[in-house]
Ligand binder design. Structure first.
Ligand code: ATP
Ligand code: MG
Length: 394
C-alpha cells in the first residue's frame, strides 16, 4: 500500500480517537459527575486532541494566584510519586492564571518567565497553556506539553484547546453547582432533623421530667399510692418516646433499591423494620412473583412497602404485621397488613401526610389496583394488585 494511503488511514484513526475524546468531554458537561471526574475527563480529552504526551489541569485556589488542585494525564503513578510537589502556579503557569492568556512555546525552559520544574519532575519541552474562563473568572488552566510527532504545538492545536476550554468551563461550573446543591440539601436536612427532635422527642422528655418532679413532691408528702400511679404514666410516656425515636430513625434511613430483586429488597426492609419497631413481622414471598413484574413496578412496590411499614411504625401501635408478595388467580398481589388501631375517619386521613397519596399515585403509574382497608381497633391493610407482565419485563 502506498505510504501516503497508510498515513491517511493513520490520520483518520487519530481523528476518530480525538472525536471520541471530545464527545466524552462534552458529555461530561451535562452529566452529574463529581468535579474530580469531570476534571479527569477534560484533561484526557485535551491530551488526545492536542496530541500531547502530557497534559494537566490546574485549578486555582480562592485567591486565584496559586494552584489548589493539579490533575495530570500521561504520567505513570511511579512518575507522579517521584515529583516532590505539584506545581504551585508560579512562572509560566502563573502567567496564564493571572493574565488569562494563552501561551504557546517551543521550549518551556527557554521562556523568560520559566522557573523550572519541581524536583523529580520529568523534563518537558514544547508547551501550550490555555486558561479556562467562565464569565471573566479563571476556573482552571489546561497545560499540554511535548507535542507528539512534532517540535511544537500549532495554531490549530491552540484553537482546538481553546474551544475545549470553553466547554470545560461549563462542565466545571456545572459540577461545582451540583456539589453545592448537594451540600445545601444536607444542611436543610440537618435543620429539619434538628427541628423535628426539638418539637417532638425533646418536648416529650421534658414532659416526663416534669412528671418526675411532681412524683418527688408526692413522695415527700407521703402520697405513695398517687406517686405510684403517676410513675406508671411516666414510664408509658418514656416508652412512647422510645417508640417515636425508633420510627423516626426508620423513616430517615435511606433504602436504595435498584429494581432487580424485589424479594431481596422486601427481606431487607422487613428486617430493618423488625429491628427498629419490635413489631412481630411475617414475610410471605414467592420467587415466581418477582419475575412476573417489570423492574419499574418492582421499584414502585418497594417504595410503597417502605412507606406502608413506616406508617405502621409511626401510627398503627400494632403488635403484628404481615408483608405478602405472591401471584394469585387475579394477578400478583402485594399486601401490607397490620393489627393496629386502624386509620382515623376518612376526612382526618386526607388532611394528614403525603404517604398514602404517594402510594396511590405510584400504584397508578404502574397500572396497579390500589386498596386501603381499615377497621378501628382491628388494623389496616394496604393491597396492590398487578397484571402479570412478560418475564422479560415487557
Ligand atoms: N398503618 C396505619 N395504622 C394507623 N393509622 C395509619 C396507618 N397508616 C396511616 N395512618 C394514618 O393515616 C394518616 C395519613 O398517613 P400518611 O402516610 O399519608 O401521612 P403521615 O404518615 O402522617 O405523613 P408522611 O407520610 O407524609 O410522613 C396518618 O397520619 C395516620 O393517622
Ligand atoms: Mg406516612
Amino acid at each position: 500500500m502506498a505510504e501516503s494511503v497508510v498515513r491517511t488511514i493513520q490520520d483518520v484513526g487519530q481523528m476518530n480517537e480525538q472525536l471520541l475524546a471530545l464527545r466524552d468531554a462534552v458529555l461530561a458537561i451535562s452529566s452529574d459527575l463529581s468535579l474530580t471526574e469531570v476534571l479527569h475527563r477534560i484533561v484526557r480529552a485535551a491530551a488526545l486532541l492536542g496530541s500531547a504526551r502530557y497534559a494537566a489541569l490546574g485549578v486555582p485556589d480562592d485567591t486565584g494566584r496559586m494552584l489548589a488542585e493539579f490533575v495530570t494525564e500521561g504520567l505513570s503513578p511511579e512518575e507522579v510519586a517521584l515529583i516532590a510537589h505539584p506545581p504551585k502556579g508560579r512562572g509560566l503557569l502563573g502567567l496564564i492564571m493571572r493574565e488569562h492568556v494563552t501561551v504557546r512555546v517551543r521550549e518551556i525552559s527557554a521562556h523568560p518567565l520559566s522557573v523550572g520544574f519541581p524536583p523529580g519532575h520529568p523534563p518537558m519541552g514544547s508547551f501550550l497553556g490555555v486558561p479556562i474562563l467562565y464569565k471573566g473568572r479563571c476556573l482552571g488552566n489546561l497545560y499540554l506539553t511535548d507535542k507528539i510527532g512534532a517540535e511544537e504545538f500549532t495554531v490549530g492545536d491552540e484553537n482546538q484547546i481553546e474551544w475545549l476550554a470553553s466547554h470545560a468551563a461549563i462542565a466545571i461550573e456545572n459540577a461545582r453547582l451540583y456539589e453545592e446543591v448537594q451540600r445545601l440539601t444536607v444542611i436543610e436536612e440537618r435543620q429539619r432533623i434538628g427541628m423535628d427532635l426539638h418539637d417532638g422527642v425533646i418536648q416529650s422528655i421534658y414532659a416526663v421530667g416534669l412528671q418526675l418532679e411532681f412524683i418527688r413532691a408526692l413522695l415527700e408528702d407521703g402520697e405513695t399510692t398517687q406517686a405510684h400511679d403517676r410513675m406508671g404514666t411516666a414510664i408509658d410516656a418514656l416508652n412512647n418516646t422510645i417508640r417515636d425515636i425508633r420510627s423516626y430513625i426508620l423513616d430517615l434511613r435511606p433504602h436504595s433499591f435498584q429494581g432487580n430483586d424485589l424479594n431481596e429488597g422486601l427481606r431487607r426492609l422487613t428486617a430493618d423494620f423488625k429491628a427498629n419497631s419490635l413489631v412481630a413481622t411475617e414475610l410471605q414471598l414467592s420467587a415466581e412473583a418477582n419475575s412476573l413484574v417489570s423492574p419499574e413496578s418492582r421499584l414502585a412496590l418497594f417504595q410503597i412497602t417502605q412507606e406502608a411499614l413506616a406508617n405502621v411504625a409511626k401510627h398503627a401501635r400494632a403488635t403484628k404485621v404481615l408483608v405478602r408478595f405472591s401471584p394469585g388467580a387475579e394477578g400478583i398481589v402485594l399486601e401490607i397488613r397490620d393489627n393496629g388501631r386502624g386509620l382515623p375517619p376518612d376526612g382526618a386521613v386526607k388532611r394528614m401526610g403525603h404517604g398514602l397519596t404517594n402510594m396511590a399515585q405510584r400504584a397508578q403509574t404502574i397500572g396497579a389496583e390500589f386498596n386501603v382497608a381499615s377497621e378501628p381497633g382491628k388494623g389496616t391493610r394496604i393491597q396492590l394488585r398487578l397484571r402479570r407482565s412478560a418475564p422479560d419485563g415487557e
